[in-house]
Design a binder for this molecule. Sequence first.
Ligand SMILES: Cc1ncc(COP(=O)(O)O)c(C=O)c1O
Length: 370
Amino acid sequence: MNSYLSALEERKKQQLLRTLPLPPEGIDFYSNDYLGLAKSQELRLAIESIQKSQVMNNGATGSRLLSGNSEYSEKVEKLVADFHHTESALIYSSGYTANLGLISCLATRDVTLFCDELLHASLIDGVRLGQSKRVRFKHNSIIDLKKKLKNQSGDKLVIVESIYSMDGDSCPLEEMASVCAQNNALLIVDEAHSIALRGKIGEGMVQALGLVDKVLARIVTYGKGPGIHGAAVVGPQWLKDYQINFSRSMIFSTAPGPHHFCAIEAMYKLLPEIQQEREKLQATIDYFVKKRKETSLNWLDSNSQIQSLIVPGNQAVVELGSKLIENGINALPIRKPSVAEGTERIRFCLHAYNTNEEIDQLFKILSDEG
Ligand SMILES: Cc1ncc(COP(=O)(O)O)c(C=O)c1O
């Protein structure tokens, strides 16, 4: 048996084997389609209408630096930058490639990166590809970050997420921004789980808190709340120029096609009009939080659309996941290495389209758990 097959066997033995599931029938407590935009007829029609209004190639035909750029891509990026009250936007095919490209090119030998210990894998992979020294600080701990920044000289870059993908808690962004300012550190915020959801028009947390000028770059991803796919890095013009020169995942990859830019344009036009969906989601979150507080189970403290029930141990969490699926609830177990050992969990994603009856049904099943 070769070493690759042995690695697969080992994963099977430890109940860690990943497979590609087809969506089971059942109540959606697992997708990232928080606002229902992935299924929205209104968004589909808006995308089609933009596509019909211009003659477009099927594909980009090359990297943005070769044949893959167009006036239309630049027009959409201008629209994205304006929406986010900043100078520039650079669109990538996904949040993963945006983080990989951005972080790895900023991670030069001259810089020290300060990373929250719960950063998403896409940010960590960007750090790994770079050449900077990395310092991890305790999750959301301003005290720990302060201490570590003080001990370090030279250029400093702090990387956080506005809402954390596995725990669902929010970064104390205002305090984070002021600690960075006091210590001459630049701040990067991944808004994957707040774009489309937070702020009056879904602009994300940085903007909603009035921190645009205190943050070097935001990564806004489009596969979750926005219901499509792709991402943009938004920030000052020099940062876009720098990425065009040094971001390898952008330079050495075919550009997103024209249809992708149409979807992004249509989605941004829709965001200000779906306040009602954001309010519905908030009502769903409030009801869920009230219900979970009535249980004696081990819930992480989150007020966002991501709610996690800690069930330590792979076997226990997989068993509970199977039980939920058998009972028509789609909520998948998250095991190590996606989360640290001992913090295995069922991660519930809430949506504007979840009803209180669905939440009641879930808690009825969970009531047998302890
Ligand atoms: C915090 C965070 N950043 C980035 C990504 C990657 O985005 P995408 O799915 O668009 O590649 C994810 C996706 O899970 C995420 O949770």
